[in-house]
Write a protein of this length. Structure first.
Length: 449
C-alpha cells in the first residue's frame, strides 16, 4: 500500500508548523497530523532540522499505524506500507532507510518500505509576536536527563530512581498522549513527583494524533517510536550528550510470547532490546549521539517496586498509574467507577498485580475484575479470558532457563541472554506467587498448587 505524505505550504497552523496530510488509498478523507508542537517548542525551541524531521517521521508513522487496519492485509496482520517522507536532508536519511525499515518491521510486525524526498524550507516558522497571546515561556535549561512519564508504574519508578540520584541539573519528563486518560494520569503522577522533588523535574506533554480522530486500528505498536522521538528532541535541545531514559521492566520489555499463538509480532515489542539496538543504530547513522537506555531492563516489575529508592513516594502515587491495555472496555467490568483504571485481566494488569503483591500493596478491588476471586476464569469461553489462560499455561509449562533462552532467541538475538531469561523466570514466579497465595481454589487448581 502506497501512502502519500503532503505538506501544505499554503496553510500553516497557529503554532507555526505547516499542515501535514496523510493520504491513504481507500480512505474517505486525508488524515491531518495533529501534534501539540507548541508545548514542545516552548520548552525546547527547535534544536535543529534533523530532530524536527525525526519527530515528524515518527509522528507520521504513528498516524499511519492507527489509520491502516490490519484486516486489510493478506493475513489480517502484516501490512505492507510504502511511504516517502519529506525531510530537509534526504541524503542523510537515505543512509539509514534500511535500518529504519528493520526497526519498524520488528516493532510493528509489518513490512515497511521507506524512502525520502527533499522538503521545502520552513516546515516550522515561529509565529510573529503579534500573533502570540502571551509571552513565550523560558526555554528549559540545566537538564541532566530526559525520561519518559507515560502514566504507567514503570516510568514512575524510573523517574523516582533518577531523581533520587540527585545529580546536578533537573530531569525533563516527557509524556505522549492522544487521549485524555493518559494525559491525566501523567499529570497526577507528576504532581506527586513535583511535591517530593521541588524544582528538580519538569513535565512536557505532547499530543500526537490525527484529524479526523477516529482510529481504524487499535494495536498501535509504533507508539514507543513517538516517545523516543519526543525524548530525543528534548534531549538534543539540552545537549548532544544528554541521555534519554525509557523505563520498562524487563519481563514486559522482553514480552516473551506466552503461547505459540502469540509468537512473532503478536506480542508487543515497545522496549525490546533488539528494537532499542536497531533504533540506536538508526540514530547513530543520522549523527544523533544522545544515548538511549532502559534502566529497568534487568528487573521484574516487582523488583522495580520493592527496590525503589523512595518507596514511600512510590506507594503514595502508584494508585494514579495505569498499566492496562484494556482500559476502554469497562462495560464488562464488575467495578466501573472512574477511580478504577485497570481491568485486572490483561497481561500488563496481571503483571502489575503480581508486582503489587510482592511489594505488599495488592488490592483486588482496585481492578475492574479480580482474577483471584473468580470474577474471571481462565477457562471461560470468551476473549476476556485469553490473557489469563495464557499466563496460566505459562506457569504450568514450568520452562527452564535454557528453554526460555531458546524462546528469546527465536524472537531475536539479544545480549545478556541468560540475565534476561532469569528476569522472565523471576517474573513468572511473581505471578505464580500471587495466584497461589491469593487465588481461590479454582485458580490454585489451574496452576497446580
Amino acid at each position: 500500500m502506497k501512502i502519500d505524505i503532503r505538506i501544505d505550504e499554503h496553510s500553516r497552523r497557529e503554532d507555526g508548523l505547516s499542515r501535514i496530510l496523510v493520504e491513504i488509498p481507500g480512505g474517505d478523507v486525508p488524515r491531518e497530523l495533529d501534534i501539540s508542537f507548541a508545548e514542545l517548542f516552548n520548552r525546547c525551541r527547535v534544536p535543529d532540522e534533523l530532530v524536527l524531521d525525526l519527530l515528524i517521521v515518527a509522528s507520521l508513522t504513528y498516524v499511519v499505524d492507527k489509520s491502516v487496519p490490519r484486516t486489510s492485509s493478506f493475513d489480517s496482520w502484516t501490512r505492507e506500507l510504502s511511504i516517502e517522507f519529506p525531510v530537509a536532508e534526504p541524503t542523510r536519511w537515505r543512509v539509514v532507510s534500511g535500518n529504519l525499515e528493520r526497526t519498524l518491521n520488528f516493532l510493528t510486525g509489518d513490512l515497511w518500505k521507506i524512502s525520502f524526498r527533499k522538503r521545502k524550507p520552513g516546515l516550522f516558522i515561529e509565529p510573529s509576536r503579534e500573533r502570540k497571546r502571551k509571552p513565550l515561556p523560558e526555554k528549559l535549561e540545566n537538564i541532566r536527563a530526559v525520561c519518559s512519564l507515560s502514566g504507567g508504574t514503570d516510568s514512575l519508578a524510573g523517574a523516582i530512581g533518577l531523581l533520587e540520584e540527585k545529580g546536578e541539573g533537573v530531569i525533563h519528563l516527557i509524556g505522549h498522549y492522544d487521549a485524555p486518560g493518559a494525559k491525566k494520569a501523567q499529570q497526577q503522577l507528576f504532581s506527586k513527583i513535583a511535591d517530593a522533588y521541588p524544582e528538580m523535574a519538569h513535565l512536557t506533554q505532547v499530543r500526537v494524533s490525527h484529524k479526523p480522530v477516529k482510529a481504524k486500528e487499535s494495536t498501535l505498536r509504533s507508539r514507543s517510536f513517538v516517545f523516543m522521538a519526543i525524548g530525543i528532541f528534548a534531549a538534543r535541545a539540552a545537549g548532544e550528550e544528554i541521555p534519554v531514559y525509557m523505563p520498562e521492566n524487563g519481563f514486559i520489555a522482553m514480552n516473551l510470547p506466552l503461547t505459540p499463538a502469540r509468537a512473532g509480532s503478536c506480542s508487543t515489542r515497545t522496549m525490546h532490546p533488539f528494537y532499542l539496538d536497531r533504533l540506536r543504530e538508526t540514530l547513530s547513522g543520522l549523527g544523533i549521539r544522545n544515548p538511549i537506555a532502559n534502566p529497568l531492563e534487568l528487573k521484574t516489575k516487582g523488583e522495580c517496586l520493592t527496590e525503589s529508592s523512595n518507596f514511600r513516594l512510590l506507594r503514595s502515587a502508584i494508585d494514579d498509574s495505569v498499566s492496562c491495555s484494556h482500559g476502554t472496555r469497562k462495560q464488562t467490568w464488575v467495578r466501573r467507577s472512574k477511580e478504577i483504571r485497570n481491568c485486572g485481566y490483561c497481561v500488563p494488569c496481571i503483571v502489575r498485580r503480581a508486582a503489587m503483591y510482592k511489594a505488599g500493596m495488592d488490592r483486588g478491588d482496585q481492578y475492574g475484575l479480580d482474577i483471584c476471586t473468580g470474577e474471571i476464569k481462565h477457562d471461560d469461553e470468551n476473549d476476556r479470558a485469553n490473557d489469563l489462560r495464557a499466563v496460566v499455561n505459562l506457569i504450568v509449562s514450568g520452562k527452564s532457563i535454557v528453554e526460555i533462552e531458546r524462546e528469546i532467541i527465536a524472537v531475536a538475538a539479544v545480549d545478556r541472554l541468560t540475565e534476561r531469561a532469569k528476569v522472565i523466570e523471576r517474573g513468572v514466579s511473581e505471578i505464580r506467587t500471587l495466584l497461589s497465595e491469593k487465588g481461590n481454589k479454582e485458580v490454585r487448581r489451574a496452576i497446580g498448587t
